[in-house]
Design a protein around this ligand. Structure first.
Ligand SMILES: *Cc1c(COP(=O)(O)O)cnc(C)c1O
Length: 312
């Protein structure tokens, strides 16, 4: 009798570990850098680290809010027992108003379609108006702001929705000196003024993500939506955040090669001195993109390789 089939990749002791203390520490560090409340963005399954894991660690580190891209993602956090305020944006398909209301999930509305869904069925739905100020990816375009404000105000008068927030997203936050940032901040100010003149009074204002929160002397807004920074990714390079993910595997083999020896597919890497090479059983079966081997020009993709001293 043969046992159940287990693919070879499951038998190899490759381990992916998530360090939730690092996430909590990153959260604390970012929280200390801003006057705004922190909203921990856990979209994309917590940037591949596990939405629930990142959410719990971020809340432990001081995040007051959680952010998701879909009411269904918010629902999973509620089912996991997370009771802090949640905001959902970028809804794919129809906005699930019923679930958002039942689970106390705030929703971003940045399109007339989402607004129509809310107006049809909502009762006091908490809404953050999403305006495009220059990213040109999501949110009401500036030419649509007057009509959007009018419809939002009408829906609020009918108590369908309550406009509690105004949000936008920056395109060039990793380059704080770029004039595009000032243009987007100015546009955000115009949006705020326009909402006010339509009779709306959003009090939760948010524009910054990781880079803007870490680089701006004063974070614009009362809420900062931070995702990448929680797991240690800081494209602005200003803070030394700790990576929260470690991939490890044992060495399968070690060999000594002479200076000049080419190794691996395509002979893309060549030893410039006598070198000891280690073979680590990690590859595309573990989800690493195969081209990484070539890009790294190294036979031990993406893992520290103390013998050759050549990998990051
Ligand atoms: C992903 C996302 C964020 C988080 O951005 P990071 O750079 O990962 O901190 C913030 N706001 C919006 C609207 C997003 O889509």
């Amino acid at each position: 009798m043969s046992g159940p089939h287990r693919p070879e990749s499951l038998r190899r002791p490759v381990r992916l570990e998530i360090d939730s203390d690092a996430i909590a520490a990153n959260t604390r560090l970012i929280d200390a850098a801003t006057n705004a409340d922190l909203l921990a963005v856990v979209k994309g399954d917590g940037y591949g680290h596990g939405a629930e894991t990142v959410a719990r660690a971020a809340v432990r580190g001081g995040a007051r809010w959680l952010g998701v891209t879909g009411v269904d993602e918010g629902l999973r956090l509620r089912e996991a027992g997370l009771a802090v305020p949640i905001l959902s944006w970028l809804h794919a398909g129809r906005l699930d108003v019923a679930t958002a209301q039942a689970e106390c999930i705030d929703v971003a509305i940045g399109s007339f379609e989402d607004l129509a869904d809310a107006v049809r069925t909502a009762r006091g739905l908490r809404v953050h108006v999403l305006v495009d100020t220059g990213l040109a990816r999501e949110g009401f375009a500036e030419s649509d702001w007057p009509r959007a404000a009018e419809l939002l105000a009408a829906a609020e008068r009918r108590r369908r929705i309550r406009v509690v927030g105004l949000m936008s997203h920056l395109a060039l936050a990793e380059h704080p000196g770029d004039p595009a940032n000032a243009r987007q901040r100015a546009a955000f100010g115009r949006a705020q003024a326009l909402m006010r003149s339509a009779g709306l009074a959003p009090s939760i204002l948010h524009l910054a993500a990781t880079a803007a929160t870490l680089t701006a002397k004063e974070t614009p807004g009362t809420l900062a939506r931070v995702g990448a920074g929680l797991v240690g990714i800081d494209l602005s390079g200003t803070h030394l955040l700790d990576p929260a993910m470690t991939l490890t595997a044992p060495l399968l083999d070690v060999r000594d090669v002479a200076a000049g020896t080419a190794s691996g597919y395509g002979h893309l890497w060549r030893a410039d001195r006598d070198t000891r090479l280690g073979l680590v059983p990690v590859g595309y079966a573990d989800g690493l993109p195969a081209p990484l081997h070539l890009e790294r020009r190294c036979s031990c993709a993406a893992v520290a390789c103390p013998w050759s001293g050549r990998c990051p």
